[in-house]
Design a protein around this ligand. Structure first.
Ligand code: CAO
Length: 440
């Protein structure tokens, strides 16, 4: 074993004690000359302290938060002699490395601007160049030169990386985690192509504020959370609202409700909505479609299957009622009753929940005046239904009491234009105002 060598803090151009904000190596690491060992931060600047020679780190003598000055011991190194060194890299590789030294991208231009000219030298027999200092509070990116270098090598825009270091500083592990999240296709962290990026959720100790209890989400909630999140983030939603006079529809429903009950099912407004939606989808083909993942083609469907959001004790599920256009109101009421019971008993199969063209989410049995439902991809639209209310509607000469049903239509704006959506909801409303139209 070669003699161990002390690696000291080089001449950092000040006699002040300077804080260590990052330790980039650990015992057992094999390092190259110029690998960053630690990063220091003074009142005005931060700087990387690199290795002056290759070797194996035997013991690190400092930790984050320590204050050090010139000449202080950083670590013990077992140097690697020339004959232990791996082969020289090929010519091409060398060229690449040289390019990295002299980055030409916009990002690196920006980093150059933030880096001042001062370059402290090492007070050793074999000086290694100390990375340039980056001033604090530049209003730009708060990180060390070595992290900038790492980000540049991966082609990452540091503006998109959230810093978890002190005062939001971006440290090496933040860049590594960002790369990992992209490799895993994590939409919450974003991706380079889509340019999406979000701060990580804060990890808060709620016991600081009071008593708590932690429970795990149900399996259904975990799955629907992932789908909802993807749909919310990936689909540009617009929600169109409307109110429809369902006074006559309600009179008809009430007149037939008992008859339906005798046969064992409930005739609710939702059944009429399903039927009216299928009829409207026939008129507005773009709504009965799915956008292919490449975003360039639309699949137009010739069938009319409608998903219905069902609230269960374990979370939201969306069973699909097939060929709604070909079924009568009683048949639909029967099927809706059966499938929603199956959902509440948690007995739905994957096939029960596949193939929808359009979804209806009805909160009308509960309450509320309007909401913005999230599209159930691969559908391109969803209809939210709120609770109907008697309202005074002006008929041109007087106010009349009318039962008004609030509708909220969310649509994928990549596929559907606003005017088309307004026409869709108006047409749907006409079907409900005068349900005889459903027969036409
Ligand atoms: N306005 C006024 N009353 C309404 C109504 C509306 N828009 N919609 C339903 N009602 C009434 C029904 O007529 C029924 O009253 P009666 O018993 O007097 O006839 C009562 O409210 C309860 O209806 P229901 O909820 O049992 O039946 P439904 O057909 O309307 O809905 C189902 C069935 C399965 C969709 C519903 O039970 C459900 O789970 N809804 C929640 C869906 C949900 O969670 N969506 C949110 C997703 S967004 O995250």
């Amino acid at each position: 074993m070669a003699d161990l060598k002390e690696v000291l803090v080089p001449d950092i151009g000040t006699t002040d004690m300077v804080e260590i904000i990052e330790v980039s190596v650990a015992a057992g690491d094999e390092i190259e000359a110029e690998d960053v060992l630690i990063t220091l931060e003074s009142d005005k600047a931060s700087m990387d302290i690199p290795a002056s020679e290759p070797g194996i780190v035997k013991e690190v003598k400092v930790k984050v938060g320590d204050k050090v000055s010139t000449g202080q011991l950083i670590l013990m190194l077992e140097p690697i002699t020339a004959d232990q060194q791996p082969e020289e890299p090929k010519e091409e590789l060398k060229k690449e490395e040289t390019q990295i030294e002299e980055p030409k991208s916009e990002d690196s231009e920006k980093s150059k601007v933030t880096e001042p000219v001062q370059e402290p030298t090492l007070n050793t027999s074999r000086p290694a160049p100390v990375a340039p200092i980056m001033p604090e509070n530049t209003g730009l990116i708060y990180t060390s030169p070595s992290v900038r270098r790492l980000a540049f090598e991966f082609g990452i825009d540091l503006n998109k990386v959230s810093g978890t270091g002190r005062k939001g500083r971006i440290v090496k592990v933040d860049v590594q985690n960002y790369v990992k999240s992209i490799m895993a296709g994590d939409a919450s962290t974003g991706n380079i192509q889509g340019g999406l990026s979000t701060l990580p959720m804060p990890d808060i100790d709620f016991t600081k504020f009071g008593e708590i209890e932690t429970t795990e989400l149900s399996r259904i909630k975990k799955i629907s959370a992932q789908n909802l999140h993807r749909n919310w983030v990936m689909i540009p939603h617009v929600t169109q609202f409307d109110e429809v006079d369902i006074s006559e529809m309600e009179a008809f429903r009430k007149a037939n409700k008992d008859e339906a009950l005798k046969q064992g099912y409930k005739l609710t407004p939702l059944v009429f909505l399903m039927k009216a939606a299928a009829k409207t989808l026939k008129q507005f083909q773009n709504f009965n479609s799915s956008l292919l993942p490449n975003g360039e083609s639309l699949v137009l469907k010739k069938y009319f299957h409608i998903g219905v959001a069902v609230d269960t004790p374990k979370g939201l599920v969306v069973p699909v009622i097939r060929d709604v256009d070909q079924k009568g109101l009683f048949e639909l009421a029967d099927e809706l009753g059966t499938v929603s019971q199956k959902a509440r008993d948690l007995k739905l199969t994957a096939a029960d929940m596949q193939g929808s063209c359009f979804t209806i989410s009805s909160l009308g049995g509960i309450g509320g005046t309007a909401f913005t439902p999230i599209i159930n991809a691969p559908d391109v639209a969803i209809l939210g239904v709120s609770r109907s209310q008697m309202k005074p509607i002006y008929n041109g000469s007087e106010f009349e009491p009318k039962l008004m049903l609030p509708l909220s239509l969310s649509y994928d704006h990549r596929v559907i234009d606003g005017a088309e959506a307004a026409r869709f909801i108006t047409y749907l409303g006409k079907m409900l105002v005068d349900i005889r139209r459903l027969l036409l």
